[in-house]
Ligand binder design. Structure first.
Ligand code: AMP
Ligand code: MG
Length: 193
């Protein structure tokens, strides 16, 4: 287990290598610190649930580099989704969209949808670009504990379960993303962030 400076390009390469090997990485985002794994690898995603003690029916959000990467993971977007993505990405808005065939069901707790967002934090963006994979990343805490806004909180909670911690300093927002989904074509706010 290593805690590395997220602004160091070597740290980003080290974290990307760990992710490609199916291991867990803690990364800063603008909302809270995230516990990241390769979203396309069901065994890696299972490690997130195990490390957090998260119930299997609580789906995780997938972080991607841009809207194009989000399209690759999703089916047809409802009306309004494009405008929301254009207006709020990159940033703390999560969209719940039809789940594409490449996304393992474990991500969504078996739901036919998948939650995706494009983070704006420079360290999260650098990691997504370097690794070239979508990253499942719920908050980097054990279930039931507060979401971490500093890397030390994540280390205290998850310890050696994580290969690489990327330190990006304190999170700016400190609150989870807003989540928007659709029911029968109507947009709904699932969570206010
Ligand atoms: P987080 O713990 O920040 O990763 O947020 C996960 C939350 O996002 C879940 O507890 C759900 O409320 C919501 N979520 C994720 N995926 C979905 C989905 N496919 N459908 C509805 N809500 C979702
Ligand atoms: Mg959480």
């Amino acid at each position: 287990m290593r805690v590395l400076d997220g602004e160091d390009p070597v740290a980003i390469t080290t974290a990307a290598t760990a992710l490609r090997a199916g291991r867990l990485v803690v990364m800063p985002t603008e909302t809270v610190y995230g516990l990241a794994a390769n979203a396309l690898d069901p065994a890696a995603v299972a490690r997130i649930f195990e490390a957090k003690g998260r119930p299997a029916d609580n789906p995780v959000i997938v972080h991607v580099a841009d809207a194009e990467a989000a399209h690759k993971l999703t089916g047809e977007w409802p009306e309004g989704a494009h405008q929301l993505a254009r207006r709020f990405w990159p940033g703390p808005l999560t969209l719940v969209l039809p789940r594409g065939p490449d996304v393992p069901p474990i991500i969504s707790g078996g739901l036919p949808t998948v939650a995706v967002r494009v983070p704006v934090h420079p360290v999260a963006r650098a990691l997504l670009e370097e690794v070239g994979l979508p990253l499942a990343a719920p908050s980097a805490n054990v279930s039931g504990r507060p979401s971490p806004t500093r890397v030390e909180h994540a280390v205290a909670d998850l310890g050696v379960k994580v290969s690489v911690y990327l330190d990006g300093g304190p999170c700016e927002v400190g609150v989870e993303s807003t989540i928007v989904g659709w029911a029968e074509g109507h947009p709904l706010v699932f969570r206010e962030g």
